[in-house]
Ligand binder design. Structure first.
Ligand SMILES: *Cc1c(COP(=O)(O)O)cnc(C)c1O
Length: 396
């Protein structure tokens, strides 16, 4: 009756719907223009303002802004003193940066499989991955759902490990009624345009630990200090010293002004994401060939992404055909993620297929549906209708 667009039928939508995108309003634009007219383009008043805003929002003592989420993870690994041959436990169901940051420091990512229900790191498998070289754990709040931080804290304390939470999906998410970002030793957030709020490129680390805070700041500016009390010498008012091998990882005042302005709408953004997910869940629950996301009782996700899992044994085709058919309907689906260690670079390092079977099996059957605050009602139902159309066509 309704031909799939991929077979020459009429697509559900005329125009392509992206899987995620920013929402910039006139206040955001004005905030950026005001900085452009001011004296400071890079480190100026908005860096501190933005850092304070994020720290207050998540309930952490300190926040250090960096030029992107990946740099923020790198800085956190530096602050935690991850060094050559140190092992760090990482979830493979994530963006490569969660593991790359360990490699940047000469360490070795050790992948721990996911819980097949939540897609977060499986707490019950962590201890088996710990060796006497293990220094830290990088759990990822996948799709916005918080990891069970109390459970991970217990393990970390038992073995003396640092917890670096990859909260790139989870600004605005809650764990046991509190915002994500104050329970790990350090939590990283990203401000890439598809993330909960954006600065263009941008990232931040929140922490309650003053030692980490100082190391994060040092790392962000070349490892250079200007505070006379910390210097080994003092040759005059121009003088500064480099103490560590840091980077230029600063976030500009322009970007921080944008982020600060965006933060005034974060609750609205998150509320809209939750509303869209409510509609998705209600509509998609009835498609028996599809599994909707599962959320733990302790979590109140901010929903960075919405992931469906296909029951492949009830379908005539694989994920790829479903994906391509949805794209032809002009629905911007995506896949998050291929397990990190299956990338050619990681294979070259010696990682092999089969390390984390749950992650590999999820990867074969997962599809990310469009989800962003600015989606309209019609957009939401276009996605639902396209999914129903495609699944119906291919179901056994
Ligand atoms: C987006 C993201 C990052 C890092 O993001 P940047 O693009 O470098 O800001 C890290 N981890 C995860 C899980 C992400 O989704």
């Amino acid at each position: 009756m309704f031909d799939l667009a991929i077979n020459g039928g009429r697509p559900i939508r005329e125009s392509y719907l992206a899987y995620g995108k920013q929402w910039i309003d006139d206040n955001d634009i004005k905030a950026v223009i005001d900085v452009l007219k001011s004296d400071y383009l890079t480190t100026g008043p908005y860096v501190r303002k933005f850092e304070q805003c994020i720290a207050d929002y998540v309930g952490a003592k300190y926040a250090v802004a960096l030029c992107n989420g990946t740099a923020a993870l790198h800085a956190a690994c530096f602050a935690a003193e991850i060094e050559k041959d140190d092992e760090v436990i990482v979830s493979p169901m994530t963006f490569a940066a969660s593991a790359n940051c360990v490699l940047y420091c000469g360490g070795k990512p050790v992948f721990c499989d996911i819980d097949p229900k939540t897609y977060n790191i499986d707490i019950n498998q962590i201890e088996a991955k710990i060796s006497n070289r293990t220094k830290a754990i990088i759990p990822v709040d996948f799709s916005g759902q918080s990891v069970d931080m109390d459970g991970i804290r217990k393990i970390a304390d038992k073995y003396g490990l640092v917890i670096i939470e990859d909260g790139a999906h989870a600004l605005g998410s809650e764990y046991k009624g509190e915002k994500v970002g104050n329970k790990a030793d350090m939590t990283e957030f990203s401000f890439h345009p598809v993330k909960p709020v954006t600065t263009g490129e941008g990232g931040i680390v929140t922490t309650n630990n003053e030692v980490y805070y100082k190391r994060l700041e040092l790392f962000r500016t070349h490892g250079i200090i200007r505070n006379r009390n910390q210097m080994s010498d003092y040759q005059g008012p121009w003088y500064y010293e480099q103490l560590e091998l840091g980077y230029n990882y600063r976030l500009t005042d322009i970007e921080c002004a944008l982020g600060y302005s965006q933060m005034s709408r974060i609750e609205e953004f998150i509320a809209r994401r939750r509303n869209i997910v409510k509609i998705y869940n209600e509509e998609i629950e009835n498609i028996s060939q599809v599994i909707i996301p599962y959320e733990e009782g302790f979590s109140n996700s901010g929903w960075h992404i919405y992931i469906i899992k296909l029951k492949l044994n009830e379908l005539k085709v694989g994920r790829r055909e479903i994906f391509e058919a949805l794209q032809a309907e002009n629905i911007g689906v995506n896949v998050h993620y291929m397990p990190v260690y299956l990338h050619p670079y990681y294979k070259k390092l010696g990682y092999e297929k089969g390390i984390c079977p749950q992650s590999e099996s999820l990867y074969e059957s997962m599809i990310t549906l469009p989800l962003f605050p600015k989606m309209g009602e019609q957009d939401i139902y276009d996605v639902v209708n396209a999914l129903k159309k495609v699944i119906k066509h291919y179901s056994k």
